[in-house]
Design a protein around this ligand. Structure first.
Ligand code: SF4
Ligand code: NI
Ligand code: NI
Length: 708
């Protein structure tokens, strides 16, 4: 019964697809280009499953035959599930046709196809458990309220929620705020738009997992073992939805539904529950997702899903703006007897007495004590404040140190949120995350402007200066050990980052101090000490100790890794890198592109395309993923001559790194304003124009030895 329904749903979708593809060929011709924007894996699902890239309507038409071959009709569960996969591929074809001629078929609030860069961005939050899972909600809930409650229950757990069909209208009807930054992503109203989340799961396997396109068995193992997704499908579940659900089950994603007719449960895979209120618990259990619960005693919600929430000026009750008045955030190490645990003090007026819409000073000082606490951990803890404060619903934080800005929304204020609650949040989170080093913690929140000025200028700035001076002296030569980081192995099984003072992890989120703190907090965790006692070649940054460590932590997949070369045994990439650099043969230089940059580079490739050249824990000489901060490092491609090789960067990235990069260029080579010599998209996206620009500006790379 169930199997026949899947076959019939699959047949229906296949019929529609065949007609749509044939019509399109007739209308536009077989040579017409087809594909999705901002992906290097064109028709990602089909490519992942078969290894073939579809670029024209003619190829799409030919691919129908391959899809048909998956649609076997033996009366067995696996045939039914493969028909589910065939249904998914059909959905991808139908969706691809919507994008012909550069059309933008999806309008607010729907997203449709998601770019490769979004998947790369998801890497770190997924491995850290910050995003513990991905929910796919499909159809219309029995009532809008039940649907929205379900969405919010996942959002509060940090789960990324994607929506397909009637649930989107229901969410809008109740005024639910949606968007990628709130972890609620409406995909589209047609059932075929569900393919856009499947596409994310399959590309994750290619990007992070080093799965060979076409190796369907490894692909399915990857999604089953490593992509924590599940489906909630509301009744009526018709044959088409059932066929799509079969595809999800084949990928290892359980389907939970309130359908009660004509459905047979498949243990652990297809689960019927009459009550939508039970979906959350049942889904997490079925997918084996564990939620870290943080109970913070504040009058609004606290969840990682609110991290990206933006508070607009018109919605804000008060603002604290470090660029206008004195603001500061600071961690200080104290003696045990100087700290009273969980003491929270507010010095100055509460926000009730502030004019609505006004700007004020704010300082919060977190004093910590612990036997294992070290001043080196202060900046590591402090840097998390941005994330902690942003997780408060209705509160928004940007910047850091004495240059932050915080807004409290009208809604949060109305719910009772006050300055003292910053103390509560900071206390709880610091104790939670740093319990191995912080035994006691107290927080003082200053709103008195004179006190803020005093804290900023007399206490914090001297501390920051001291810390910066310490960071300056932290070089690869000055320390005795480096650290490994294998956090990304959850998605990229053989990837290892070697983190040194002058080379942070490629995700940009793990500095040497972070790795050191992580090692201290969790000695058996992702960051392990790597000694550096047996150098092989100091210029390359190769060491016997480092080789041994990467071999061990990659389970033998890697034998040699250098720290400073992009050509010889370069460090591997997992996929979540902030930037990618690749050699540009005409100028002897390298081009760098950052994840946010969607345009073309002089390599004739976009960021996504460059990024697809490497990843999955594999070494690819000539291409290397890295953090933004690494660009101004004296160790950047040191073996090939260093930062002098950089010939092109997107303008925005260039501006972000300019100050530090220019300083390094001055120090290393005596060059002034080096960034003026570097091309960007306003100068050239074509290698010949770029070389002309470099020649005109006398760029040093032109006279260096060729790299290959
Ligand atoms: Fe992943 Fe490397 Fe960042 Fe660790 S340092 S989280 S392994 S990218
Ligand atoms: Ni001042
Ligand atoms: Ni990663």
């Amino acid at each position: 019964m169930l199997i026949n329904r899947i076959f019939s749903g699959n047949d229906a979708v296949y019929g529609l697809t065949e007609k749509a593809v044939n019509d399109a060929v007739q209308q536009h011709g077989a040579d017409k280009a087809v594909g999705f924007p901002h992906t290097a894996y064109c028709l990602p699902c089909y490519y992942a499953v078969t290894g073939v890239k579809i670029k024209t309507l003619g190829e799409l038409q030919a691919a129908l035959g391959v899809v048909k071959s998956l649609m076997t009709r033996e009366h067995a569960l696996d045939d039914a599930l493969m028909s589910g996969v065939a249904t998914a591929l059909c959905a991808e074809f139908i969706e691809a046709l919507k994008y012909l001629d550069g059309a933008e078929p999806y309008q607010e609030p729907c997203y449709g196809h998601l770019a490769d860069s979004i998947i790369r961005e998801l890497g770190v939050p997924l491995v850290t458990g910050d995003i513990p899972g991905v929910a796919v909600i499909l159809g219309s809930a029995p009532t809008a309220q039940e649907g929205v409650d379900l969405i919010k229950s996942y959002q509060a757990q940090g789960i990324l929620v994607t929506l397909v069909g009637g649930i989107i209208d229901q969410a809008q009807e109740l005024g639910l705020k949606m968007g990628y930054n709130l972890r609620i992503v409406p995909l589209g109203k047609d059932v075929t738009s569900v393919i856009h989340v499947v596409s994310v799961a399959l590309r994750a396997a290619l990007i992070f997992g080093n799965v060979t396109p076409g190796d369907a068995a490894s692909l399915l193992t990857y999604t089953k073992d490593r992509v924590p997704a599940f489906v909630n499908a509301f009744k009526p579940v018709d044959d088409v939805v059932l066929a799509a659900g079969a595809g999800a089950i084949k990928l290892g994603f359980p389907v939970i539904s309130n359908e009660d007719e004509n459905i047979v449960e498949v243990p652990g895979a297809l689960i019927a529950r009459p009550n939508v209120a039970d979906f959350n618990k049942v889904s997490l259990e079925a997918r084996g997702i564990k939620i870290k619960i943080t109970k913070v005693d504040i009058p609004v919600a606290f969840a990682s899903a609110f991290e990206g929430e933006i508070i607009r000026r018109k919605d804000m009750r008060v603002e604290f703006d470090g660029s206008r008045v004195d603001c500061v955030e600071l961690v200080q190490t104290k003696e045990m007897n100087e700290v009273e645990d969980h003491k929270i003090t507010v010095v100055g007026p509460e926000v009730d007495s502030f004019e609505p819409g006004s700007k004020h000073s704010l300082a919060y000082v977190v004093e910590v004590a612990g036997k294992k606490m070290q001043p080196d951990f202060e900046p590591v803890i402090e840097r998390k404040f941005h994330n902690y404060i942003n997780c408060i619903e209705g509160v928004y934080h940007t910047g850091q140190r004495d240059m932050f800005r915080i807004r409290i929304s009208n809604d949060a204020f109305a719910a009772g949120f006050r300055a003292k609650h910053f103390g509560e949040v900071l206390y709880t989170q610091v104790k939670n995350e740093f319990e191995a080093v912080v035994d006691k913690c107290q927080v003082t929140v200053y709103t008195d402007p004179d006190e803020c000025t005093r804290m900023r200028h007399e206490v914090a700035i001297p501390t920051f200066d001291k810390r910066d001076a310490r960071l300056e002296t932290l070089t690869d030569e000055s320390v005795d050990v480096y650290y490994s980081c294998i956090l990304c192995q959850a998605f990229s099984p053989s990837h290892v980052c070697v983190v040194t003072p002058e080379r942070l992890g490629l995700c940009g989120a793990v500095s040497w101090l972070d790795a050191k703190a992580t090692n201290e907090l969790d000695p058996n965790g992702p960051c392990q000490i790597i000694t550096k006692e047996r150098p092989i070649d100091v210029n390359l940054g190769s060491y016997e100790d480092v080789d041994e460590a990467v071999k061990k932590y990659s389970q033998g997949a890697l034998e040699h890794v250098t720290l400073y070369s992009i050509m010889q045994d370069p460090m591997t990439s997992c996929g979540c890198f902030e930037c990618i650099c690749g050699i540009e043969p005409f100028s002897n230089g390298v081009v760098i592109a950052n994840r946010e940059y969607a345009g073309m580079t002089p390599l004739g490739m976009t960021f996504s395309e460059m990024a697809s050249m490497t990843g999955g824990g594999v070494q690819t000489p000539g291409f290397m993923g890295h953090g933004k901060h690494f660009i101004s490092s004296k160790k950047f491609m040191k073996a090939e001559g260093g930062i002098e090789r950089i010939v092109w960067m997107p303008k925005e990235l260039k501006e972000t790194v300019a100050e530090r990069l220019n300083k390094t260029a001055k120090e290393l080579y005596g060059i002034d304003n080096f960034t003026d010599m570097i091309g960007d998209e306003t100068v050239a996206t074509d290698p010949e124009v770029l070389v002309a620009f470099l020649t005109e500006h006398n760029h040093p790379a032109l006279s260096m030895d060729p790299m290959m």
